[in-house]
Design a protein around this ligand. Structure first.
Ligand code: ADP
Ligand code: MG
Length: 235
């Protein structure tokens, strides 16, 4: 099993502070947060074999520490239903990234299963120069990007902070009933915030965490994207 230290140490030996999606998910999983199982393919054949093992529909994404916004650059392909769609997606992703980011070092393509639709939420951690680690909660998509409908609390959080930060966003009604779906599991989301708060306290070498999005379900959740940034090695 890969340990937290191995993931961080490996990135550091390569002089990187930005972890890839795969490394970030590995680390976040160890905080007790569910992530979509994500495996690296370094060839088209491997991507096809992995998607067959993980199950269709599959998702392919560029795996590169130099590409932060993967979908903007044509680096994410969703809902791939067959081996031939996976093979084509592999080629298309590499072509798009080489065009958009000619300098990027590409590790390969990550393969994961398409998660069932849920309410998209975002949980993040950043460090305030005065208050130290702060957690952020919001609903995914335009609510965060355009309306900045997010809430913040300083680490460490207690249960009441977690409950309040979920309830105080304007989009909260979407968690109670979204397009006629069952309500999202709010106590579970509170638990996620508390787990992340604990994790962040134990890991001062982490500078930033971005779980964007997490699909929230009527029971549980799955983080389908993750990005972790480390502090510079000297700290
Ligand atoms: P980006 O680097 O652009 O943020 P993401 O990994 O977040 O890339 O993928 C873009 C979008 O694709 C997500 O916001 C989500 O809606 C969808 N997505 C990503 N991974 C999955 C998955 N495993 N299952 C279902 N949808 C996914
Ligand atoms: Mg994302």
């Amino acid at each position: 099993m890969i340990t937290k230290q191995d993931i961080i140490a490996k990135a550091r030996t390569k002089g990187r502070t930005i972890l890839t999606e795969i490394e970030s998910k590995e680390l976040i999983k160890q905080a007790g947060i569910s992530v979509s199982e994500t495996v690296l393919a370094t060839s088209k054949e491997e991507a096809v074999a992995l998607s067959q093992r993980l199950g269709f529909p599959a998702v392919l994404k560029v795996a590169s520490p130099d590409v932060v916004h993967k979908s903007d650059a044509g680096g994410v392909k969703l809902g791939l239903k067959t081996a031939s769609q996976v093979g084509k997606a592999y080629d298309d992703i590499l072509k798009a990234i080489r065009r958009e980011y000619p300098q990027a070092s590409i590790q390969g393509v990550s393969v994961q299963k398409m998660a069932p639709p849920g309410v998209e939420v975002i949980i993040g951690m950043s460090k305030d120069p005065q208050f130290g680690p702060v957690l952020m909660f919001g609903l995914g998509g335009i609510l965060v990007e355009i309306l900045k409908d997010v809430s913040f609390r300083i680490v460490p959080l207690v249960r009441r902070d977690a409950a309040e930060m979920i309830k105080e966003i304007k989009g909260y009604p979407l968690l109670e009933s979204f397009r006629g779906q069952e309500p999202a599991d709010v106590p579970h989301l509170e638990e996620l915030l508390l787990k992340l708060s604990d994790f962040v306290e134990q890991r001062p070498e982490i500078k930033e965490i971005d779980l964007n999005p997490i699909f929230a379900y009527s029971r549980g959740s799955i983080a389908v994207d993750a990005r972790v940034i480390l502090e510079e090695a000297s700290q």
